[in-house]
Ligand binder design. Structure first.
Ligand SMILES: *Cc1c(COP(=O)(O)O)cnc(C)c1O
Length: 333
């Protein structure tokens, strides 16, 4: 690949050293069930076992650890109520920095509790994401807090990219990687690391068919908005930002193919992870496994597959693993 990515290998290697103490080392295991099915070794990286229940702690830690003393004293702010919010709160607490997560009154109460449990302040503002964003802008302007976005930020991308280094080191003969794709911070970092170390490796993005904003943007040739729809892979929901600077071009230049999955296929991935791999994984975390199970990817050799998160409502998880056909959209979630 001749294109030099915006976030390069040296930044990812530096991130790895920087965050080493802040993140857990997570295992990578060969799945015999998936290897038999796919006809090639399938290596599962178990980063759903990461502290806070997702890989997002890598990017958040890399961003927080680069703040100078003055910025740490003022603190950080974010709008995500999901895995990024939890990760940012955790990373900030570790260095003693203030962290405010702004959310609208529409966010479920347990999300605010989850953020508070990580030691951050949850500020409930207005009735929409836009109003919550206005409060973020106010905190940045008036109190000097530093906004850390969930994906379109070079330190976040470099932090997520550390997964690529670890995954390839544990399976140097890998020919293909199946990586979750939403805002693209994860796959941009991972693909930059993998392709710098092994240019021939194929990187496949996996997302849900319902509301796949990056895929729509790739087709349009520029960032576009899509309607946000309820999905079992809720951590993959949301847009890529019409002002996207980094992840859109990185995904366009580094990702070889995108696979979009149905809700039933995602549920089958969660079910497989539980019954055969003995892992509790959220919908988004299981899409790589789901793509293999659905026969949507032909493996030309050993594969790297990431389990990215574990933060699923356990009542929903129970229904999925019990074989129930859970239709999240019909339930109005
Ligand atoms: C955020 C997230 C993703 C996608 O990461 P992006 O950088 O937005 O593409 C995948 N899986 C889980 C569990 C996540 O929390």
């Amino acid at each position: 690949m001749s294109v030099e990515p915006a976030v390069a290998l040296d930044e990812i290697e530096a991130a790895r050293v920087r965050i080493a103490e802040a993140v857990r080392p997570t295992p990578q295991v060969v799945s015999s069930a998936l290897s038999d099915l796919a006809g090639a070794p399938v290596h599962l990286k178990l980063d759903h076992l990461q502290a806070t229940g997702s890989f997002k702690l890598r990017g958040a830690s890399n961003a927080v650890l680069q703040l100078d003393e003055a910025a740490r004293a003022r603190g950080v702010v974010g709008v995500s109520t999901g895995n990024h919010g939890r990760a940012l709160a955790h990373a900030a607490r570790r260095v003693g920095a203030r962290c405010v997560i702004c959310m609208s009154a529409l966010a479920p109460a347990n999300k605010a509790e989850g953020v508070r449990a990580e030691g951050a302040e949850a500020r409930i503002i207005g009735e929409s994401q836009d109003e919550a964003q206005e409060e973020v802008d106010r905190l940045v302007a008036k109190e000097g807090l530093v906004m850390i976005p969930p994906f379109d930020h070079r330190d976040v991308i470099a932090g997520q990219g550390t997964l690529g280094l670890e995954m390839l080191e544990a399976a140097p003969d890998a020919r293909v990687a199946l990586i979750q794709l939403s805002g693209g911070g994860l796959i941009s970092g991972v693909a930059a690391a993998l392709k710098a170390l092994k240019p021939g490796i194929r990187v496949i993005g996996v997302s849900m068919a319902r509301g796949a904003a990056m895929q729509a943007s790739l087709e349009a040739g520029r960032p576009v908005a899509v309607e946000e729809l309820a999905t079992l892979a809720d951590s993959l929901g949301g847009g890529i930002g019409l002002e996207n600077r980094l992840t859109f071009p990185m995904v366009r230049d580094l990702v070889d193919e995108v696979v979009l999955l149905s809700e039933a296929e995602i549920a089958a991935g969660v079910r497989h992870c539980y019954w055969l791999e003995r892992q509790i994984v959220e919908g988004a975390g299981a899409v790589g496994v789901a793509a293999l199970l659905a026969g949507r990817v032909a493996l030309e050799g050993p594969a790297l597959v990431l389990l990215s998160g574990a933060n699923i409502d356990m009542k929903i998880h129970h229904r999925i693993i019990s074989g129930e056909n859970v239709d999240i959209a019909a339930e109005g979630r």
